[in-house]
Design a protein around this ligand. Structure first.
Ligand SMILES: NC(=O)c1ccc[n+]([C@@H]2O[C@H](COP(=O)([O-])OP(=O)(O)OC[C@H]3O[C@@H](n4cnc5c(N)ncnc54)[C@H](O)[C@@H]3O)[C@@H](O)[C@H]2O)c1
Length: 356
């Protein structure tokens, strides 16, 4: 069996999910790891028995005995590193968001075409069991024409601080961090329509609130509560119209004076409606009654790890066996266009057209 030799670029939190996913696959060897922080890279290499350690990704990409990489750096590294990797003949699994903006994302896709390398974007939530179920329902026309959708990824107190709050490295706040996931799911599940216009507001009102007591939150590794710097939005809302006639109502926050966290995806069709989270519920008619139905679906027991295992396994299947990629780079560009338009609309104060 020819093994796929994989490298990890960016040895931070999420890279662990990639590494542990690869470690489960018999046809993968993780041969190199790279991080700007040498101590971190060395400790990572020791923990996961990775033979080669780098602090400069360009040097790592010179390795001939390297077939593919996971790009799991801050968002500002996604485009330059993925482009260099593809030019060096490596296939790429790049974390979301694909880039800092649609222009850079498009260069990544163009590079994939020019080099013939694979560019897969880490839209990991597409691998959830609930997503598979709803995709089948929509493809079987159980909802009919979906004319309206709603999604929210709302945190009461969840600003991670650190690089996430530094626009130079992140490109933005919860829109680019959380919104990217749910806007992608809505688009993916409804047959990938293209967005035509966006009207949005972003809010920079509350910051990190490092002094809050009684609750805990996820913090970026480089978060320092004594220096709670934040130059990105802490919440946003948008109305997004698509070329298939669907309108999407979207909201997100890292910090909001609201009761609790609230994650939801809702699809409304002319035959039925469906809610995806926290569990699937259908709303339809039966014998002239409205009925609400709940399907029986086993939930992932360790959802976060399981969906990353599926994502890395799929990436390797694409690389090793030429299986068509479920998450091609083009989908990352389509979402970046929407995210760019959200920020632009918030800045100019009116609707922004993406496609005439
Ligand atoms: N799919 C998901 O659900 C999910 C969840 C969390 C984070 N992410 C994404 O994963 C990425 C990393 O997030 P994280 O939480 O692991 O951050 P992190 O800060 O824990 O890790 C990022 C690492 O990348 C390193 N790095 C940055 N630039 C580099 C460069 N040019 N070369 C080498 N190393 C570099 C940093 O030193 C750091 O160790 C982000 O793009 C984030 O959006 C995705």
């Amino acid at each position: 069996m020819n093994k796929i030799r994989v490298g990890i670029i960016g040895a931070g939190n999420i890279s662990v999910m990639h590494t542990e996913g690869y470690k489960k696959l018999e046809n993968v060897d993780i041969v190199a790891v790279c991080d700007l922080n040498e101590d971190k890279a060395k400790a990572y290499a020791k923990k996961y028995a990775i033979p080669h350690v780098f602090t400069d990704y360009k040097k790592m990409l010179q390795m001939k005995e390297l077939d593919a990489v996971s790009v799991t750096t801050w968002n500002d590294g996604h485009a330059p590193i993925s482009i260099a990797a593809m030019k060096a003949g490596k296939d790429v699994l790049c974390e979301k968001p694909l880039a800092m903006n649609a222009k850079d994302a498009q260069v990544m896709v163009d590079t994939a075409k020019e080099t013939g390398q694979l560019l897969m974007v880490g839209f990991v939530r597409r691998f959830e069991n609930n997503v598979k179920f709803i995709k089948e329902a929509i493809e079987n026309d159980e909802l009919g024409n979906i004319y309206y959708a709603k999604t929210g990824y709302v945190r009461k107190w969840g600003n991670p601080g650190g690089w996430f709050c530094d626009k130079k490295r992140s490109g933005g706040g919860p829109v680019i961090d959380l919104g990217v996931h749910v806007i992608d799911l809505i688009r993916y599940l409804t047959g990938k329509p293209e967005a035509v216009s966006v009207t949005a507001s972003t809010f920079k009102q509350l910051g990190i609130k490092p002094y809050i007591k009684g609750m805990s939150k996820y913090n970026a590794v480089d978060y320092d509560p004594k220096k709670p710097y934040c130059d990105v939005e802490d919440a946003a809302t948008a109305l997004i119209k698509f070329d298939n006639g669907m309108t999407l109502n979207f909201e997100t926050s890292w910090v909001l004076h609201t009761k609790d966290d609230n994650n939801y995806l809702m699809f409304y069709g002319d035959k039925a409606g469906v809610k995806m989270e926290p569990e699937i519920e259908f709303y339809k008619e039966h014998n002239q009654y409205f009925i609400n139905q709940t399907p029986c679906i086993e939930q992932e027991t360790n959802k976060f790890a399981e969906i990353f295992n599926k994502e890395t396994a799929h990436f390797i299947d694409c690389v090793a066996n030429g299986v068509p990629c479920l998450n091609p780079g083009e989908d990352g560009v389509a979402i970046m266009k929407i995210l760019d338009a959200i920020y632009q609309s918030a800045e100019v104060g009116h609707e922004v057209k993406i496609k005439e």
